[in-house]
Design a protein around this ligand. Structure first.
Ligand code: SF4
Length: 454
């Protein structure tokens, strides 16, 4: 199903849609308050954008420098060309250590690569330890937001899921009670599992260290207790120097949730004695995106989710309607790079209001890229046949004044005499709207009667 069809499913529950919309708008407002408290906010955004620009322009050198430093620190560095190779590397590390159970903290890259499914198919038990991710995992759903994976669910839904899977009291939806149940359930996994997988928020070329940000401390708990720590990152996570972290860490938490700082911003530089630390650096289409002049800036993304929280379409259509690991405006400019045909609908799921670009902490021109993707997709032939024909007809009509005039007259007549020709189920606009009564005359006719020559 495409975005419009999936969104139609989501909005059937009007109350939930309004609640989803308001909840995300609340997060957006928190972001505004946090940002406005910093006089140098715009300077920080500009600095972050420039640092990322430098990173993208010298990607090769920074990645090589990172590998050298990380290797010297005792970390084993692996390179994966695509999702499958990434999954195979992770599986191989587990097999080499005879490990068949793993805990994971939040990593959108592993969602992109469908790692959980791959490992489960290969006999490995995977437990997500971020609370939101664990909730959606128990429900066999995908995260609907990159920072708030279970934002589409209400506490009643979570209460029911925990009752079914963790044996909590039926009907109990008290957040404290449910969180405590999750803590007990996950604590047992943390202490018993031998391998932990984390994502990477920033990888520092200068030092070979990487930083993982969480509010729950689950990445730290997993990585510190496990014998094998595997960290997975898309190559765009690289930043040149450690001092640049100050810029990104200040922007990330404020943009994501309106907090001044993420609760845990943990630096991993080397394995503790006896521990193995691996880092898997993944391309999976990023080189291609880097080579697309109009879209390379999308690789600056630090996955804060602010563009989703502000987007009127995302807020009222839900993350699952984007049918891709990363939803919302940023997902809609990343996904077509991975599969143009499958994701051709996503750049059209936007009003192009520009709010996403306004809040983006690394100043990605998101709405411009959405617009540019539309042009690419039309050129490559990835729009429905009916739309293509209609657009050609419209181009012809709008570029011939005589045809435009006649078509307008006929259209007004048809709408008056036979309104069902436009007000029917085949017209997607009609599904949500009342068609207005046609005016008696066109603006051109009114103008020549009332204003011409004045
Ligand atoms: S595109 Fe910008 S606003 Fe959206 S998630 Fe990425 S960094 Fe945040």
């Amino acid at each position: 199903m495409n975005h419009a069809e999936l969104a139609e499913n989501f909005i059937k529950d009007g109350e939930r849609t309004t609640w989803h919309d308001e909840t995300l708008w609340f997060v957006r407002k928190k972001r505004d308050l946090a940002a406005f408290q910093i006089p140098e906010w715009e300077a920080l955004r500009e600095a972050a954008s420039q640092i990322k620009h430098n990173g993208l322009s010298h990607m090769h050198e920074y990645l090589i420098a990172f590998e050298e430093k990380a290797t010297a620190n005792g970390i084993k560095v692996h390179w994966a060309m695509d999702a499958l190779e990434h999954n195979q590397i992770v599986h191989r590390i587990l097999k080499e250590n005879s490990i068949a159970e793993i805990i994971k903290s939040k990593s959108m890259l592993t969602e992109e690569c469908h790692l959980n499914e791959y490992l489960i198919e290969n006999g490995v038990d995977v437990v997500d330890t971020d609370l939101g991710e664990r909730i959606v995992q128990l429900r066999e759903e995908k995260p609907s937001h990159i920072v708030l994976p279970a934002i589409h669910l209400k506490k009643e839904d979570v209460g029911e899921t925990f009752h079914q899977h963790l044996g909590t009291e039926k009907g109990n939806k008290d957040p404290q009670y449910l969180t405590e149940a999750a803590r007990q359930h996950l604590r047992e996994k943390f202490v018993s599992r031998k391998a932990a997988l984390t994502g990477v928020n920033f990888a520092v070329a200068e030092t070979g260290e990487f930083v993982v940000c969480t509010n729950e401390g689950n990445a730290d708990m997993g990585a510190h207790l496990a014998d094998v720590h595997i960290a997975c990152m898309g190559f765009e996570k690289i930043i040149p120097e450690r001092k640049h972290l100050g810029v990104f860490l200040r922007l990330l938490a404020r943009s994501a949730t309106g907090q001044p700082i993420t609760t845990y911003s943990s630096h991993f530089k080397k394995p503790r004695p006896g521990q193995q630390m691996h880092i898997v650096i993944v391309d999976n289409g990023r080189s291609q995106q880097l080579g697309r002049e109009d879209f390379r800036n999308s690789l600056k993304c630090i996955r804060c989710g602010a563009c989703m929280n502000t987007c009127p379409v995302y807020r009222r259509s839900g993350g699952h309607s984007y049918h891709s690991a990363v939803a919302g405006p940023i997902g809609s400019i990343l996904a077509p790079n991975l599969d143009m045909r499958k994701n051709a609908d996503l750049p059209f799921a936007s009003t192009l209001c520009g709010s996403c670009s306004n809040v983006c902490p690394v100043k990605i021109d998101i709405h411009d890229q959405l617009y540019k993707w539309r042009q690419v997709l039309v050129k490559e032939g990835h729009v429905p046949f009916g739309k293509k024909v209609a657009m050609r007809a419209m181009t012809f009509t709008l570029s011939h004044p005589g045809v435009f005039k006649t078509a307008g007259k006929m259209g007004r007549k048809m709408m008056g005499l036979a309104p069902f020709t436009v007000s029917n189920g085949l017209n997607p606009w009609y599904k949500q709207r009342e068609m207005p009564a046609p005016p008696k005359e066109s603006f051109r006719e009114w103008f020549s009667k009332n204003r011409n020559g004045q």
